[in-house]
Design a protein. Sequence first.
Length: 430
Amino acid sequence: MANVAVIGSQWGDEGKGKIVDWLSSRADVVVRFQGGHNAGHTLVIDGTEYKLHLLPSGIVRGGKLSVIGNGVVVDPWALLKEIEYVRENGIEVTPESLIVAENANLILPMHGAVDRAMEAARGKGSIGTTGRGIGPAYEDKAARRGIRVCDLAEPDLLMTKIEKLLVHHNALLKGLGAETFKAQQVYDSLMQVGDTLLQYAAPVWRRLDEARRSGEKVLFEGAQGVMLDVDHGTYPFVTSSNVVAAQAATGAGVGPRSVGYVLGITKAYTTRVGSGPFPTEQDNEAGTLLGERGHEFGTTTGRKRRCGWFDAAMVRQAIKVAGIDGIALTKLDVLDGFDEIKICTGYKLAGTDIDYLPSSQMAQESVEPVYETIEGWQGTTRGARSWAELPASAVKYVRRIEELIEAPVALLSTSPERDDTILVTDPFLE
Ligand code: IMP
């Protein structure tokens, strides 16, 4: 039995929630390993919709251990609020069902303030961040001035650390014309939540080693998507963490062989929130139609998502850099009724054909997609549970995608309902 890592293969919002939920019902442990509450996973369970940002999706299913790994940046207030939210929906959260890595870095109020002030200062060149303080918290981690979950148990040292942290952030905030922070205030508000958060603190790596030895099935739940990866994405219009499968090991404290099968979640078309290059974007009727049919509004910020055709060249690249073994293709039903559908197979850059997205910002902005046109279908794919229920052109579309991205479809999702899924390969059995 393999463990499974679930990774977004585009710019996030590929519909990971449903697939992760489907897989988590068969896992013993569900682990978040990067990002923070910038993520938004929507789960529909027995007709009830849950919107999770920071908690692993396994939390809504009883009898699983949910783990927030060291690679996650944790906003204590956001975490406790989300715990309350799921509790209000009758879900029990205890230190037996949720553990948080004691070495995870915290997102503190000045991180959000710096994130938003920096975005305002960038003006037209803004990244379009979620404003949740993700970037500044990861910056502090790399700069070795971050405050971690375990620091909450050492109040004297904590105060010194906050003072040092504010030397950096207050100078920055002052320069940006924003309000500064007082160490005592930050300390007091942290102390108010410290003990509650510490109940969940644990050496996650150790618990995951136990899981490995006792043969428990682990699901590593990625957030965002490969094109938002800080190394492999459309830099600088990316998030601040690595989102590829290799990060599951680093961000949880397990060896690379523990990751197992890597499932890339892939939407049958493309969307992006925030700024940055998007070669197949359709700022026209087709894009509006995709957005309306696909309900393309951000779970975290409510922003309208930019929409466009499927970019096979980009997904192929994501598959290679993230080590994706097979994909779960989602939201095929959104394409129902289009007369024709386009797939980007490569790009033209200054008149030359290329089959990948180069790293340079200028090149990413100027590549022109090369399209192949596929005949659409009039019947519906919505709710299909077998290949036989799909219109022939829809099957052709899926098969062409597989060919172009050089990876098989392991799962096909045909509606937000859990059971509307066509299973080709069981990732846990690979
Ligand atoms: P940050 O992660 O808040 O710093 O935002 C950086 C970029 O990543 C922005 O373009 C965000 O819109 C994007 N982003 C962050 N989290 C998600 C997500 O869960 N889905 C889609 N885009 C995201």
